[in-house]
Design a protein around this ligand. Structure first.
Ligand code: GRF
Length: 179
């Protein structure tokens, strides 16, 4: 029930996970970017932070120590923009969640909203899934559909999907830790 959140940037999903925590506790926010805006948000909410810029293996080794120090059971990725090593994922198998701004398995990877619009799709959404070695391909835990509206551009669609993310992720994590 002790959760660490990994971020690289804004941290709006991180904020939602902290503020809507039910049945779990966010005890650490870790970032691979020392200037990630989300770090200030985490500190303002009283959550300890760990930020370190280094080569991936070095970062992950330091992160592992911090996760152990904080007795972390579950990791939630929230806009963490670096692919975790297979070794790290192997050690944490079944205990890392991610949120992705599309209805997986559609639109894995980056730039999802533009791809949804280019395909002329009328429904998009967001997905919470387990992290496996293959990007955006682990088991789906929860999804929310969000309508594409006429006149949408990527930023309007992104904002609508993000609102759904902020509701879905805390709910999915609560259910996940209760399983
Ligand atoms: C979100 O759209 C999330 O789905 C994706 O990256 C974005 C992170 O935004 N993985 P934030 O840092 O949580 O505000």
């Amino acid at each position: 029930k002790r959760v660490a959140i990994l971020i690289s940037g804004r941290g709006s999903n991180m904020k939602a996970l902290i503020e809507q925590a039910r049945g779990y506790e966010v005890v650490l926010v870790a970032s691979n970017k020392v200037h990630a805006p989300g770090l200030d948000t985490a500190r303002a909410l009283g959550v300890p932070t760990f930020a370190f810029e280094a080569k991936r293996d070095e970062f992950e080794a330091a992160l592992e120590r911090s996760l152990a120090d904080h007795k972390i059971g579950t990791i939630a990725l929230a806009g963490y923009m670096r692919i975790l090593s297979a070794a790290f994922i192997g050690r944490w198998r079944g205990r890392i969640l991610n949120i992705h701004p599309s209805l997986l398995p559609r639109h894995k990877g980056l730039d999802t909203h533009n791809r949804v619009l280019a395909a002329g799709e009328t429904v998009s959404g967001c997905t919470v899934h387990l992290v496996s070695e293959e990007l955006d391909s682990g088991d789906v835990i929860a999804q929310t559909e969000v309508p594409v509206e006429s006149g949408d551009d990527a930023s309007r669609l992104a904002a609508r999907v993000l609102e759904a993310e902020h509701y879905l992720y805390p709910k999915a994590l609560s259910e996940f830790v209760r399983r």
